[in-house]
Structure formats: structure tokens, C-alpha cells
Design a protein around this ligand. Sequence first.
Ligand SMILES: [Zn+2]
Length: 242
Amino acid sequence: MKQNKLAPAQLWTGTHDNLIAEVIPYLQKRFCPDEGCGVCISCNQIREQQHHAVVWICPEKNYTLDNLKVVHERLSFALNDDQEIFFVLQKADFLSKQCANSLLKSIEEPPKGYHFILCAERTEYILPTIKSRCLLRTFAKDMFSGQLQHLYTTFSTQLQEPLSFLQYLQKNPINELQTLDLIDQLFAFWMNKYKHAVEHNEDKKPIAKRITILKKALLKPPMPGGSKLFWKNLYLQFNACS
Ligand SMILES: [Zn+2]
């Protein structure tokens, strides 16, 4: 585990999906023995939000003190020198005043080894007392509208369960032009990732497989009305790579 000095609390702003897509590689870099290879057990566990050292919290609507119980519980355990725990508070702009206040002390000076990443779309809803205790990072707004961003995130980070993916497609139809645009962007994303893997001497195979799939997809774009089938097929092929 890396022990570079790190602000105890950070406040990241951007759109929800975008921030998840940023937090995942950030934490992978932190915990992966191989600088965030994206394919090892640690990297996979982080992507699936199953990693033992990362506590993801997302309120259903507004935060309640109950949502934060896990934070206070975990904080009461002292960590060894080589241990780190991250709390990722998604939608931190939905922290009520009471909830925010309950975190103030921990965010300012958490016990050794504990870190907070607060994610929010709108910082104007974050209490100044919280904001002033955090290192601020802003991420560019989405390249796409919400629906396309969701697909982009899915195919660049984590495939959701097949059933929920199908349901998503059903509810959010995508047209042929949007499909092409998105495939272009995904292609660029995976090419970058490939370049990174080459430079860092990491396993390129799983990345290369996805690039091949995307290349073929670009050569055979969906026929009018065929986008849903196209994405279904793409999903199955990506799923087979992971
Ligand atoms: Zn890794």
C-alpha cells in the first residue's frame, strides 16, 4: 500500500456517474499492487464496490444519520501503519446539516489511515464548514447527456448485471447516431488505456480484446432501428472479456 501523503478529506465535483468513473481508477491506483492495472483482484473488487478497504455510501434520497453509522463504526477501529480505509460519500450534496455536522470532526482530523472522498454535483449545497475542510477537485461536466454517460461509464468501467442492463436499454432507447458517437468515444478511451498498459508494462490482453470488439462494431454500425440489438451484442462480447 502506498503511503504518500494525502489530504484526509477531498471534495470532488462533477456528475454522479462521472465521479464514480473517476473514483474507481483513483482507488485502484491506491490499492492495486500494479498501479491500477484494472484487471487484478483488487482492481476488480474496487470496481464492483466490494473492496474491504473502501466503504461506499449512497443515500436513497437525503442522507440520514443511519447512512453514516457505518462511518462512525469503522472509525472506532485503529488501523495498522500499513492500512488505509476510504469512505466514498456519494451525493454529498444531499448531506443534511445534522449529518454534515456529525462528520465535521472526523473529516477534519480522521484517525490515522482513514480518508474521505465526498462526491457532489453541486457544491453550493455543501456546508461551508465541510467545504473548507476538504481538498477540492473539479471534474469536467459530462461529454454526453445522462443517458449516454451511463452507457459510456458502463462500457468503460463496470458492466452491470445483464438483466438490469437490458432493463436500462428498454427504458432509455438510443439511436444510431448516438451509438456511433459513443462507440467512437469508447474506442478512444480503450486506446488510451492500452497505451497506458504498454507504457507501464501491464497486461494488455483484456484491453486489446475490447478494442477489437469496438473496431468491429465501428465497421458494422447498427441498421436503423437496430441500436438496441447492437448494444445487447456489445454487452455480451464485453462481458465475455471480463
Ligand atoms: Zn490491479
